[in-house]
Design a protein around this ligand. Structure first.
Ligand code: COA
Length: 343
């Protein structure tokens, strides 16, 4: 009988990338009927970054990955797999992960995308952790990368003010579990309820690609691509409820008290949603990673970008307990627990 070693997944490198162009609320107010005051009050957003004309999601992902590799002291040759969580792939196929692999100079190892919209990174972390515990990979690049600005209707003030572009990445390493050395991924919980699918979506831009749907119903914006449609206040209500539930669930599942959490690293959709989750956990806001004010909602990139932010500020200390959570289209939502093991 084969003997398997018990493995634990560790985060050994963190990186992020934001495109140069910053779009402020004031500038946005010249494009659509909104105001800096309304956006700040209702969402906490002050500005967002916008991808350049000649950039793609894979470019953002590759830049974030380079920084994460450098942080880990590794090169692409040390990597066994690349997983990219994205809602805004460069192409329908091939995967953005395969393009990122090529841009990083990698070859011959698996690369694939996952799609769980704003929960993509949290889903990806759960998936890769499971594979690494099972002994499938030693080192994986997990990236969340988005160019949300490409799937927005810039005439729709109820959605275009909310999103931004960017990418975050982590290098994950499987190490033999050591009972004397607590650290690394603890575990995850994931959920999806497709009955909510119509509250937040971007329909396909190709009329033939949505079987049975009347092509005239498809929203095609001026750029000829699909655009985000959302029933904002309904999404808000469900997000607050489900995130409150899922943080409780992941703590119960792994026998951890809420007072043990050092850092909440939430998906950055709306400051009021973040605050509601922090309140539920009885956590001070200074223990919560916040980037929504500067990045807006970068979908699957928001959690790794928030992690990168507190990491680069030197706030993470060895042994601290981090709770990641996210909620988005589907609805799909989830949470991960990680004990920080990087010096
Ligand atoms: N600027 C100015 N006014 C705006 C506006 C904007 N950008 N967007 C909407 N409004 C108006 C609406 O037209 C509405 O006007 P009315 O009362 O005259 O009809 C009013 O503001 C209130 O709209 P409402 O949608 O009820 O506001 P809200 O307080 O729910 O805030 C969101 C709207 C979108 C900010 C909020 O619902 C939200 O954050 N939802 C969750 C979004 C989310 O997280 N999505 C991604 C999940 S991953």
């Amino acid at each position: 009988m084969a003997l398997y070693k018990e493995m634990t997944t560790h985060m050994i490198g963190v990186g992020g990338y934001l495109p140069e162009r910053v779009l402020s609320n004031d500038e946005l107010s010249t494009m659509v009927a909104t105001s800096d005051e309304w956006i700040r009050e209702r969402t906490g957003i002050c500005q967002r970054h916008i991808i350049a004309k000649d950039q793609y999601t894979s470019d953002l992902g590759a830049e974030a990955a380079k920084q994460a590799l450098q942080d880990a002291g590794l090169t692409i040759d040390d990597i066994d797999a690349i997983v990219v969580a994205t809602t805004t792939p460069d192409l329908i196929f091939p995967s953005t992960a395969s393009i990122v692999q090529h841009k990083l100079g990698g070859k011959d190892f698996p690369a694939w995308d996952i799609q769980a919209v704003c929960s993509g990174f949290v889903y990806g972390l759960a998936q890769v952790d499971g594979m690494m515990r099972g002994g499938m990979f030693n080192r994986v690049l997990l990236i969340g990368a988005e160019s949300m600005s490409r799937i927005l209707d810039w005439q729709d003030r109820s959605t275009c003010v909310l999103f931004g572009d960017g990418a975050g990445a982590v290098v994950l390493e499987a190490r033999e579990s050591d009972p004397n050395h607590e650290g690394g991924m603890i575990g995850s919980v994931l959920h999806c309820d497709g009955s909510y699918r119509n509250l937040l979506m971007a329909k396909h831009s190709h009329p033939g690609a949505v079987p049975g749907e009347d092509a005239a119903n498809l929203y095609i914006d001026s750029a000829g691509v699909a655009a985000v449609e959302m029933k904002g206040n309904e999404v808000f209500r469900v997000a607050v409820t489900k995130l409150g539930e899922v943080v409780g669930e992941v703590l119960d599942k792994y026998g951890i008290k809420q007072s043990e959490i050092d850092w909440l690293v939430p998906h950055q959709a709306n400051i009021r949603i973040l605050q509601a989750t922090a309140k539920k956990l009885k956590m001070n806001q200074d223990r919560m990673a916040v980037t929504v004010d500067r990045h807006a909602n970068t979908s699957s990139a928001s959690v790794p970008l928030a992690l990168n932010h507190i990491y680069r500020e030197g706030k993470l200390k060895l042994g601290q307990l981090l709770l990641f959570e996210a909620f988005g289209g589907g609805f799909a939502w989830g949470a991960n627990l990680v004990r920080w093991s990087k010096d």
